[in-house]
Design a protein around this ligand. Sequence first.
Ligand SMILES: O=C(O)[C@@H](CO)OP(=O)(O)O
Length: 248
Amino acid sequence: MATLVLLRHGESVWNAEGLFTGWVDVDLSATGEEEARRGGELLREADTRPGIVHTSVLKRAIRTANIALDEADLAWLPVRRSWRLNERHYGALQGKDKAQTREEYGEEQFMTWRRSYDTPPPPIGDDNPYTQVGDRRYARLPDELMPRTECLADVVDRMLPYWYDTIVPDLGDGRTVLVAAHGNSLRALVKHLDGLDADTVAGLNIPTGIPLVYELNEDFTPRKQGGEYLDPEAAKEAIEAVKNQGKK
Ligand SMILES: O=C(O)[C@@H](CO)OP(=O)(O)O
Protein backbone atom coordinates (compact mmCIF):
# COMPACT_ATOMS: atom_id res chain seq x y z
CA MET A 1 0.00 0.00 0.00
CA ALA A 2 1.28 3.48 -0.86
CA THR A 3 0.34 6.88 0.51
CA LEU A 4 -0.07 9.98 -1.59
CA VAL A 5 -0.50 13.41 0.03
CA LEU A 6 -1.82 16.28 -2.08
CA LEU A 7 -1.29 19.84 -0.89
CA ARG A 8 -2.62 22.90 -2.67
CA HIS A 9 -0.43 25.94 -2.03
CA GLY A 10 -1.60 28.43 0.60
CA GLU A 11 -3.39 31.60 -0.43
CA SER A 12 -1.37 33.63 -2.92
CA VAL A 13 -1.30 37.41 -3.18
CA TRP A 14 -3.44 37.19 -6.32
CA ASN A 15 -5.88 34.72 -4.70
CA ALA A 16 -6.35 37.39 -2.03
CA GLU A 17 -6.84 40.11 -4.66
CA GLY A 18 -9.25 37.96 -6.69
CA LEU A 19 -7.14 37.82 -9.87
CA PHE A 20 -6.80 34.94 -12.34
CA THR A 21 -3.29 33.60 -11.85
CA GLY A 22 -2.47 30.49 -13.88
CA TRP A 23 1.24 30.37 -14.76
CA VAL A 24 2.06 33.83 -13.36
CA ASP A 25 4.62 33.27 -10.59
CA VAL A 26 2.87 35.02 -7.71
CA ASP A 27 4.08 34.61 -4.12
CA LEU A 28 2.13 33.52 -1.04
CA SER A 29 0.26 36.11 1.02
CA ALA A 30 0.89 36.23 4.79
CA THR A 31 -2.30 34.16 5.18
CA GLY A 32 -0.93 31.67 2.64
CA GLU A 33 2.29 31.30 4.61
CA GLU A 34 0.26 30.61 7.74
CA GLU A 35 -1.89 28.06 5.86
CA ALA A 36 1.29 26.30 4.68
CA ARG A 37 2.60 26.20 8.23
CA ARG A 38 -0.71 24.75 9.44
CA GLY A 39 -0.48 22.16 6.62
CA GLY A 40 2.86 21.04 8.04
CA GLU A 41 1.45 20.97 11.53
CA LEU A 42 -1.39 18.71 10.33
CA LEU A 43 1.14 16.35 8.73
CA ARG A 44 3.11 16.20 11.95
CA GLU A 45 0.02 15.69 14.13
CA ALA A 46 -1.24 12.89 11.86
CA ASP A 47 2.24 11.35 11.81
CA THR A 48 2.06 11.38 8.00
CA ARG A 49 5.68 11.49 6.93
CA PRO A 50 6.41 11.98 3.25
CA GLY A 51 9.70 10.50 1.98
CA ILE A 52 9.88 12.64 -1.16
CA VAL A 53 8.28 15.81 -2.47
CA HIS A 54 7.11 16.85 -5.91
CA THR A 55 6.24 20.46 -6.70
CA SER A 56 5.45 22.61 -9.71
CA VAL A 57 8.01 25.21 -10.78
CA LEU A 58 5.92 28.06 -9.35
CA LYS A 59 7.01 29.68 -6.11
CA ARG A 60 3.64 29.53 -4.36
CA ALA A 61 3.79 25.71 -4.48
CA ILE A 62 7.54 25.55 -3.78
CA ARG A 63 7.29 27.86 -0.77
CA THR A 64 4.21 26.05 0.55
CA ALA A 65 6.12 22.75 0.48
CA ASN A 66 9.15 24.36 2.13
CA ILE A 67 7.15 25.99 4.92
CA ALA A 68 5.01 22.88 5.57
CA LEU A 69 8.01 20.53 5.59
CA ASP A 70 9.97 22.85 7.83
CA GLU A 71 7.08 22.79 10.30
CA ALA A 72 6.97 18.96 10.09
CA ASP A 73 10.76 18.80 10.62
CA LEU A 74 11.16 17.30 7.14
CA ALA A 75 12.99 20.14 5.41
CA TRP A 76 15.71 17.68 4.38
CA LEU A 77 13.53 15.59 2.05
CA PRO A 78 14.51 15.06 -1.58
CA VAL A 79 12.47 17.13 -3.99
CA ARG A 80 11.60 17.06 -7.70
CA ARG A 81 9.92 19.83 -9.64
CA SER A 82 8.11 19.88 -12.93
CA TRP A 83 6.20 22.34 -15.08
CA ARG A 84 3.75 19.46 -15.57
CA LEU A 85 2.44 20.14 -12.05
CA ASN A 86 1.94 23.87 -12.76
CA GLU A 87 -1.43 25.53 -12.39
CA ARG A 88 -3.67 25.46 -15.45
CA HIS A 89 -2.56 28.19 -17.84
CA TYR A 90 -5.38 30.74 -17.73
CA GLY A 91 -4.67 32.23 -21.16
CA ALA A 92 -5.70 35.84 -21.73
CA LEU A 93 -7.46 35.87 -18.33
CA GLN A 94 -4.13 35.83 -16.44
CA GLY A 95 -3.89 39.02 -14.38
CA LYS A 96 -7.58 39.87 -14.81
CA ASP A 97 -9.95 40.54 -11.94
CA LYS A 98 -12.37 37.62 -11.39
CA ALA A 99 -15.31 39.73 -10.19
CA GLN A 100 -14.94 42.15 -13.11
CA THR A 101 -14.67 39.29 -15.60
CA ARG A 102 -17.83 37.75 -14.17
CA GLU A 103 -19.64 41.06 -14.49
CA GLU A 104 -18.41 41.68 -18.00
CA TYR A 105 -19.06 38.22 -19.48
CA GLY A 106 -21.81 36.89 -17.21
CA GLU A 107 -21.92 33.99 -14.77
CA GLU A 108 -22.22 31.24 -17.38
CA GLN A 109 -19.19 32.23 -19.45
CA PHE A 110 -17.19 32.97 -16.28
CA MET A 111 -17.91 29.52 -14.84
CA THR A 112 -17.27 27.85 -18.21
CA TRP A 113 -13.78 29.38 -18.22
CA ARG A 114 -13.19 28.50 -14.58
CA ARG A 115 -14.60 25.01 -14.35
CA SER A 116 -15.67 23.46 -17.67
CA TYR A 117 -13.60 20.44 -18.62
CA ASP A 118 -12.87 21.24 -22.23
CA THR A 119 -13.37 24.95 -22.94
CA PRO A 120 -10.12 26.92 -22.57
CA PRO A 121 -10.09 30.70 -22.03
CA PRO A 122 -8.92 32.77 -25.04
CA PRO A 123 -5.17 32.32 -25.64
CA ILE A 124 -2.70 34.85 -24.29
CA GLY A 125 -0.64 36.84 -26.80
CA ASP A 126 3.13 36.42 -26.69
CA ASP A 127 3.39 40.19 -26.13
CA ASN A 128 1.00 40.17 -23.15
CA PRO A 129 2.87 41.22 -19.95
CA TYR A 130 1.58 38.05 -18.26
CA THR A 131 2.86 35.57 -20.88
CA GLN A 132 5.47 32.99 -19.83
CA VAL A 133 7.01 32.84 -23.29
CA GLY A 134 10.67 33.82 -22.79
CA ASP A 135 10.70 32.84 -19.10
CA ARG A 136 13.99 31.01 -18.70
CA ARG A 137 12.59 28.27 -16.51
CA TYR A 138 10.76 27.02 -19.62
CA ALA A 139 13.70 27.49 -21.98
CA ARG A 140 13.97 23.77 -22.68
CA LEU A 141 10.26 23.31 -23.25
CA PRO A 142 9.62 22.99 -26.99
CA ASP A 143 7.31 25.69 -28.28
CA GLU A 144 4.54 23.22 -29.13
CA LEU A 145 4.36 22.22 -25.44
CA MET A 146 4.40 25.81 -24.15
CA PRO A 147 0.77 26.63 -23.38
CA ARG A 148 -0.91 29.91 -24.32
CA THR A 149 -4.10 28.71 -22.61
CA GLU A 150 -5.37 25.42 -21.18
CA CYS A 151 -8.63 23.75 -20.27
CA LEU A 152 -8.65 21.09 -17.57
CA ALA A 153 -8.50 18.32 -20.19
CA ASP A 154 -5.18 19.82 -21.40
CA VAL A 155 -3.87 19.76 -17.83
CA VAL A 156 -4.81 16.08 -17.46
CA ASP A 157 -2.91 15.35 -20.70
CA ARG A 158 0.30 17.16 -19.68
CA MET A 159 0.18 16.05 -16.03
CA LEU A 160 -0.36 12.30 -16.58
CA PRO A 161 3.09 11.55 -18.09
CA TYR A 162 4.62 12.98 -14.91
CA TRP A 163 2.25 10.94 -12.76
CA TYR A 164 3.13 7.68 -14.50
CA ASP A 165 6.82 8.30 -15.15
CA THR A 166 7.90 10.00 -11.93
CA ILE A 167 5.35 9.97 -9.10
CA VAL A 168 4.14 6.37 -9.51
CA PRO A 169 7.70 4.96 -9.43
CA ASP A 170 8.32 6.84 -6.14
CA LEU A 171 5.09 5.40 -4.73
CA GLY A 172 6.14 1.97 -6.01
CA ASP A 173 9.38 2.31 -4.03
CA GLY A 174 7.19 2.37 -0.92
CA ARG A 175 7.65 6.07 -0.20
CA THR A 176 4.91 8.35 1.02
CA VAL A 177 4.81 11.03 -1.68
CA LEU A 178 3.86 14.67 -1.14
CA VAL A 179 2.66 16.59 -4.20
CA ALA A 180 2.54 20.35 -3.58
CA ALA A 181 0.75 21.97 -6.49
CA HIS A 182 -2.28 24.02 -7.51
CA GLY A 183 -6.07 24.10 -7.50
CA ASN A 184 -6.49 22.98 -11.08
CA SER A 185 -3.46 20.70 -11.48
CA LEU A 186 -4.63 18.84 -8.36
CA ARG A 187 -8.20 18.74 -9.75
CA ALA A 188 -6.70 17.04 -12.81
CA LEU A 189 -4.89 14.51 -10.64
CA VAL A 190 -7.97 13.83 -8.48
CA LYS A 191 -10.05 13.39 -11.64
CA HIS A 192 -7.63 10.71 -12.75
CA LEU A 193 -7.35 9.02 -9.33
CA ASP A 194 -11.08 8.98 -8.59
CA GLY A 195 -12.09 8.33 -12.20
CA LEU A 196 -14.40 11.37 -12.21
CA ASP A 197 -16.33 12.31 -15.32
CA ALA A 198 -16.22 15.81 -16.80
CA ASP A 199 -19.44 16.94 -15.05
CA THR A 200 -18.37 15.73 -11.62
CA VAL A 201 -14.93 17.34 -11.85
CA ALA A 202 -16.62 20.66 -12.71
CA GLY A 203 -18.01 20.70 -9.16
CA LEU A 204 -14.72 19.73 -7.51
CA ASN A 205 -12.77 22.43 -5.64
CA ILE A 206 -9.55 21.93 -3.68
CA PRO A 207 -8.92 24.08 -0.59
CA THR A 208 -5.60 25.81 0.06
CA GLY A 209 -3.12 24.42 2.58
CA ILE A 210 -5.00 21.35 3.86
CA PRO A 211 -3.29 18.02 3.14
CA LEU A 212 -5.49 15.50 1.29
CA VAL A 213 -4.34 11.94 1.92
CA TYR A 214 -4.96 9.03 -0.45
CA GLU A 215 -4.12 5.49 0.59
CA LEU A 216 -3.55 3.64 -2.66
CA ASN A 217 -3.99 0.02 -3.73
CA GLU A 218 -1.22 -1.94 -5.43
CA ASP A 219 -2.38 -0.64 -8.81
CA PHE A 220 -2.24 2.97 -7.45
CA THR A 221 -6.01 3.39 -7.39
CA PRO A 222 -7.46 4.97 -4.23
CA ARG A 223 -8.67 2.71 -1.42
CA LYS A 224 -11.22 5.37 -0.62
CA GLN A 225 -12.79 7.59 -3.28
CA GLY A 226 -11.93 11.24 -2.59
CA GLY A 227 -9.21 10.46 -0.05
CA GLU A 228 -9.27 12.16 3.36
CA TYR A 229 -8.48 15.73 4.36
CA LEU A 230 -6.39 15.95 7.52
CA ASP A 231 -8.76 18.70 8.74
CA PRO A 232 -12.15 17.85 7.19
CA GLU A 233 -14.05 20.70 8.88
CA ALA A 234 -11.61 23.38 7.72
CA ALA A 235 -11.61 21.79 4.24
CA LYS A 236 -15.41 22.09 3.95
CA GLU A 237 -15.32 25.79 4.74
CA ALA A 238 -12.36 26.48 2.46
CA ILE A 239 -13.96 24.60 -0.46
CA GLU A 240 -16.97 26.96 -0.26
CA ALA A 241 -14.62 29.96 -0.34
CA VAL A 242 -12.91 28.71 -3.54
CA LYS A 243 -16.32 28.02 -5.14
CA ASN A 244 -17.52 31.54 -4.44
CA GLN A 245 -14.50 33.40 -5.82
CA GLY A 246 -15.49 36.28 -8.07
CA LYS A 247 -18.85 36.74 -6.35
CA LYS A 248 -18.08 39.86 -4.39
O1 LIG B 1 -6.48 31.88 -10.71
C1 LIG B 1 -6.11 30.69 -10.78
O2 LIG B 1 -5.06 30.32 -11.35
C2 LIG B 1 -6.98 29.61 -10.17
C3 LIG B 1 -6.47 29.15 -8.84
O3 LIG B 1 -6.26 30.21 -7.95
O4 LIG B 1 -8.28 30.14 -10.00
P1 LIG B 1 -9.64 29.33 -10.15
O5 LIG B 1 -9.95 28.69 -8.81
O6 LIG B 1 -10.65 30.41 -10.50
O7 LIG B 1 -9.51 28.32 -11.25
